[in-house]
Ligand binder design. Sequence first.
Ligand SMILES: *Cc1c(COP(=O)(O)O)cnc(C)c1O
Length: 400
Amino acid sequence: MTWQGRRDGQLTVGGIPVERLAARIGSTPFFAYDRDLVTRRVAALRAALPAGIQLSYAVKANPMPALLQHLSGLVDGFDVASAQEMRHALDTPTHAGRISFAGPGKTVEELSQAIAAGVTVELESETELARARAISAATGVPARIALRVNPDFTVRGSGMRLGGGPRQFGIDAERVPKVLAGLGDDVDFQGFHVFAGSQNLRADDICEAQRRTVDLILELADLSPPVRYVNLGGGFGIPYSRRDSPLDLEPIGDNLARLMRERVVPRLPGARVVIELGRYLVGEAGVYITRVVDRKESRGTTFVVVDGGLHHQLAASGNFGQVIRRNYPMAVANRLGEAPDEPVNVVGCLCTPLDLLGDRVELPRVEIGDLIALFQAGAYGLTASPTGFLSHPAPVEVLV
Ligand SMILES: *Cc1c(COP(=O)(O)O)cnc(C)c1O
């Protein structure tokens, strides 16, 4: 894990020991995101990828406005999936032309706002294209569009597949030629978007997906107006358990450099080529801090009860689409480095057995009042959790 920061036996976030951070915030639980870790992550990625590749941040991974402000100075664009995400992205210095709006079921209201703002609308269906054209006709603003293509291949190794086979995402590749033939100059055609899968830790599989995506887009480019934008998707994963190894960026960078040099640049000179990432940019930069409220024994098992739970960090309970429940990495944040003492079950404060944050975790002896840190909480954390369930107050989020 990237969380190396510690001082006097305490975890630090942005250089601040967690007890001090808890005192400054005035309450637990909270999410803390480390600004410097995000900066370093983007820098490492830039160093590995060829210069011609632009980076777009997928806002749904973590839409905290302060984080978006920070990222706007680091990445080239934002990918949004709702009108609210779009407003937050437009509130940063990032130019509207560098913002793309993907996702099925965009409403007429969302489409109208995106078209008026000059955001690139990534169309998910033929009927959505018809709606965008109607809005252009009514408002006099040509819609800036890209076609999201549902590829005719699937990506191996993805934690979540979003392309290949029947999908609610994108227009099936075999239907795209007909759609292209029907385009007129009432729309400002930019290019293509393919997003085939998420949370992939296997570099080879990502490379293969990128090769096939480039093949597909170049084939379609023969039939389309000039292509100015190519969105190759992303899906770079992060490790969530000791069994996971971090993604090896080097082969991905080499593969993209070759694809750019040999295929994309000669065929589509001047096109903006984008990789869009959410989890990989912010996931490891966030930690969820909870305080131990109770400790009890029940028939041979020790339960450590914390003041947070799955209502804030659903993914750590294994209920966010995971097939197999595995413990997220965690630590007693105010006593780092102490030897493990006993296996305990770390549970949240909700009245459901689903609220299990750590199943037989080896931790130093945990006492009431200790702080438990759950790592890898920077992406798909708070906003991917059922905060209304049991009506506890929302946790604070800080960028430090
Ligand atoms: C969610 C999403 C992403 C980000 O996926 P990560 O796995 O977080 O990198 C990228 N593109 C689109 C279209 C998405 O919907």
